[in-house]
Design a protein around this ligand. Structure first.
Ligand code: KG4
Ligand code: ZN
Length: 356
């Protein structure tokens, strides 16, 4: 077990994806992904119209060990060659988080290697470092997922300052809830976005909440209500206007995200934007950010599409980058664990995030 290179096995189980991945890090330079395996529970939860926490936990238990074997096999690395084990400590569903945390800490204890707790959103916002065109610090991060909508100033690993966030629904939630109104099933974001391609975004005037609030906060609850009210008003006529309403909804969400991202870059004086989280896969968002970037001279960074939604690679990567800045060392031996279903990213500094 050398200290010059670390092979880190990462576990993600905060919601409805079980992800396991192996990353190798040298003291400097971007860590390298060696292998990754993922199982999405989307099909299982679809019948219920959303994630059922108890079913999620049980499915993580079923999947986690076979996925671990698959990730290691893909990397061509034996389990005993693993130098540290990382896991998502939060935020997320408590029971789901406990599966990854429990397996990771048990493995770490059995292998006599460090167990490293990782914040889920730190994983998301560092995930663009897995792509060929990796960003450099400092940058503004737009974190847009099913549970979070935040703008952060990132000056380095462990240096996160919240610039603004949603005061109610997350952007992904706005996509999902509007999709439900349109009868598009779960998860609605990708489905709504596909339907929107056939619609006219200007067909309906939907609100852009907090667009000119002067701060960097978001609000999407009112938008969902507006979509619901419009759908009811349309009644039987909705069927023929579905694509238009989907396009108008997507346009409203994307407009706000682009406008606030621009405001965040102006406020910080930075010109680099990292977009992470599931909604970062949205094509309209990418197109409009691309136009703004060309106009205002920003550099844009996205994770590769495979690392946009929840996965183990971003957790192993975050642990590796935290090792590089000394947040933990390969001498650490603390295998007690807890999970933090609610955990602000700003609380994550450079000390080890351990159970107390
Ligand atoms: O980051 P993520 O995979 O999981 C969370 O940590 O929440 O984000 C999932 C969210 C869901 O709300 C989903 O509908 C949304 O990302 N999403 C999209 C697209 N792909 C995923 N929303 C809009 N357009 C997409 N193409
Ligand atoms: Zn996520």
């Amino acid at each position: 077990m050398g200290c010059s290179r670390m092979k880190i096995l990462g576990f993600e189980s905060s919601c409805d994806e079980t992800g396991v991945a192996l990353v190798e890090a040298a003291p400097q330079g971007v860590p390298r992904l060696l292998g990754a395996a993922l199982h999405s529970q989307v099909a299982m939860h679809r019948d219920y119209g959303g994630v059922v926490p108890e079913l999620a936990s049980r499915d993580h238990i079923r999947r986690v060990l076979p996925l671990t074997e698959a990730a290691l096999a893909q990397a061509g690395v034996a389990l005993h060659a693993v130098d540290a084990v990382a896991y998502t400590r939060g935020p997320g569903l408590a029971g789901a988080l406990l599966v990854g945390a429990g397996v990771a800490c048990a493995l770490a204890a059995a292998l006599d290697v460090p167990a490293v707790a990782v914040h889920h959103l730190e994983g998301h916002l560092l995930s663009p470092f897995l792509s060929a065109d990796a960003p450099t610090f400092p940058f503004v991060a737009l974190l847009v997922s099913g549970g979070h909508t935040q703008l952060m100033r990132v000056d380095g690993v462990g240096h996160y300052r919240l610039l603004g966030e949603t005061i109610d629904d997350a952007a992904g939630e706005a996509f999902d809830k509007s999709a439900k109104v349109l009868g598009l099933g779960y998860p609605g974001g990708p489905a709504l976005s596909r339907l929107a391609e056939q619609g006219d975004p200007a067909a309906f005037a939907l609100p852009r909440p907090l667009l000119h609030s002067g701060d960097l906060d978001f609000s999407f609850a009112g938008l969902k209500t507006a979509v619901l009210t419009l759908a009811r008003k349309l009644g039987p006529a909705l069927e023929a206007r579905k694509a238009d309403l989907a396009a108008a909804t997507e346009a409203a969400i994307v407009d706000v995200l682009v406008h606030k991202s621009r405001a965040a870059l102006q406020a910080t004086g930075l010109n680099r934007l990292v977009v992470a989280g599931g909604v970062g896969a949205n094509r309209r968002l990418r197109a409009q950010l691309g136009e703004a970037a060309a106009r205002y001279g920003w550099r844009l960074h996205y994770p590769e599409v495979a690392w946009c939604t929840d996965n183990g690679a971003m957790i192993a990567l975050a642990a590796a980058m935290r090792w590089q800045v000394g947040a933990w060392s390969n001498r650490d031996r603390a295998w007690a664990f807890d999970v933090l279903p609610r955990w602000p990213l700003e609380a994550v500094g450079l000390s080890a995030n351990r159970a107390v």
